[in-house]
Ligand binder design. Structure first.
Ligand code: ASP
Ligand code: MG
Length: 442
């Protein structure tokens, strides 16, 4: 069985949904995971904000706007059939219920319930359409099987058991449609897997049913070797290892949710990233194989804060790093990059929520310098221990750009640099030039 996930733009209009219907028919049997139509979750986040500010009137207006959008697309989709009214009624009722929710006033539970509604309305409309064009399909609610545990991690055992139970009830059904992003938490309440979490839903499902593969359908033909927003003529990468894809996703490639690699890596299930607008393009295959050496892609992540602690006490001392790291741990703030010298350590974080608290604790250990507005540039590839010349190539590419930190050798799959965000665009372009156009290395 295959798992195919379609993102917001891929299901963003009646026309797109028709294309999705064509694409899925290539499969024997599949679970189709849908996001909400593009823009919906952002709108619902705003709805929740207005409810919180007790501006219910604006929240209601926003819900009405969403209703009009879905009514419009549903009518377009069903224009060849004489049954649009029954879907209209369903949509009316669906959004009226959301307005009722909004009027109850703010609570975290209501916010969470609201955020996942785009996925429910999108899957309902799509299922109705597939039924009408004669495709045997079952719409299964993610709330029936997708659950997180005490640590807010997917409860793999429960998910596998429930999903198998559900699939076994429909031995003749070819397609199952379900909502990405949606889950129940350990209290049994409606929750979500985080923004962009539909990719994660897809790979969790794939792991649970031991799928043959997972397709992530989006609006670009795979992961690219550089950021198309800053660099012209980027190219799609045909193959990546799980580690390479994970680094790229984490450090800036928006196309894939960073946590979605883990579930399929454990089961050795390949992921294919495909383009809904060019379904025949090869896209990117992510799997276990380490392919040839060298750099494959560059990605950047903004909003990084560099923190340096300098202390003579660090010299020849042990336990110093532990004390530093414990402070970050106490404030649940993950560290991305670390570099050390004999008397100083530099780290980066991307979450400034507890920055002041962290800094004042660190000041007890040494002299602290904080630099804001930094970007991590991540060069991803297969850099096995005897790869020669990579640092040279990266350095030559960036010879006119000040580098604040550099980290290499932690894994075989990345060289990570920290630069000022003002230099990011230039850096990405220089690296494209040095790594992908003129690169010669062994
Ligand atoms: N609709 C959700 C979001 O926009 C989940 C997803 O698209 O993956 O974050
Ligand atoms: Mg996405």
């Amino acid at each position: 069985m295959r798992v195919s996930k379609f993102g917001g733009t891929s299901v963003g209009s009646a026309q797109r949904l028709r294309e999705v219907a064509d694409i899925i028919q290539e499969n024997q049997r599949a679970i189709i995971v849908l996001s909400a139509m593009s823009g919906t979750t952002n709108a619902l986040v705003k709805v929740a904000e207005f409810i919180k500010r007790e501006e219910t009137y604006i929240a209601t207006e926003l819900i009405q706007e969403l209703k009009s959008k879905y009514l419009f697309e549903a009518n377009e989709l069903l224009s060849d059939f004489n049954c649009a009214t029954f879907l209209d009624e369903w949509i009316e009722e669906f959004f009226n219920h959301l307005i009722q929710l909004a009027k109850q006033g703010y609570s975290l539970e209501i916010e969470k319930e609201l955020l996942v509604q785009g996925e429910f309305v999108t899957t309902h409309i799509f299922t109705t359409y597939l039924d009408l064009i004669g495709i045997k399909v079952e719409n299964i609610s993610a709330l029936q099987f997708m659950r997180t545990d005490r640590n807010a991690e997917p409860d793999q055992y429960y998910i596998a058991e429930k999903l198998t139970e559900i699939l076994d009830q429909y031995p003749d059904t070819r397609f199952f449609i379900t909502q990405g992003y949606v889950c129940k938490n350990v209290q049994g309440k409606i929750d979500n897997l985080g923004r962009g979490g539909s990719d994660y839903s897809a790979t969790i499902i794939a792991a649970a049913i031991d799928a043959e593969d997972v397709q992530i359908w989006t609006d670009i033909d795979g992961m690219h070797n550089n950021d198309p927003r800053y660099v012209e003529s980027t190219q799609s990468i045909e193959q990546l290892s799980y580690s390479e894809a994970e680094e790229l996703a984490y450090f800036g490639a928006k196309i894939l949710h960073p946590t979605c690699i883990l579930p399929v890596r454990q089961h050795q299930i390949p992921i294919f990233i495909k383009n809904t607008m060019a379904p025949n393009a090869i896209g990117t295959r992510i799997g276990n194989d380490q392919i040839e050496g060298g750099a494959k892609a560059v990605a950047a992540k903004d909003g990084i804060i560099a923190i340096k602690i300098k202390s003579a006490r660090m010299l020849m001392a042990y336990g110093f790093l532990r004390r530093v790291f414990e402070i970050f741990e106490d404030y649940k703030t993950p560290i991305d990059m670390v570099t050390t010298s004999e008397v100083a350590v530099s780290m980066t974080i991307d979450n400034d929520q507890y920055l002041n608290e962290i800094v004042s604790k660190l000041e007890k250990l040494g002299e602290v310098t904080v630099t804001m507005n930094q970007s991590i540039i991540c060069v991803v590839g297969n850099f096995h221990a005897d790869t020669k010349g990579m640092i040279g190539l990266v350095g030559t590419g960036l010879k006119n750009i000040p580098i604040r930190m550099i980290s290499f050798g932690a894994s075989n799959s990345n060289i990570t640099l920290l630069i000022d965000t003002n230099n990011k665009s230039e850096a990405l372009n220089y690296l494209s030039e040095s790594l992908f156009k003129t690169a010669v290395y062994v």
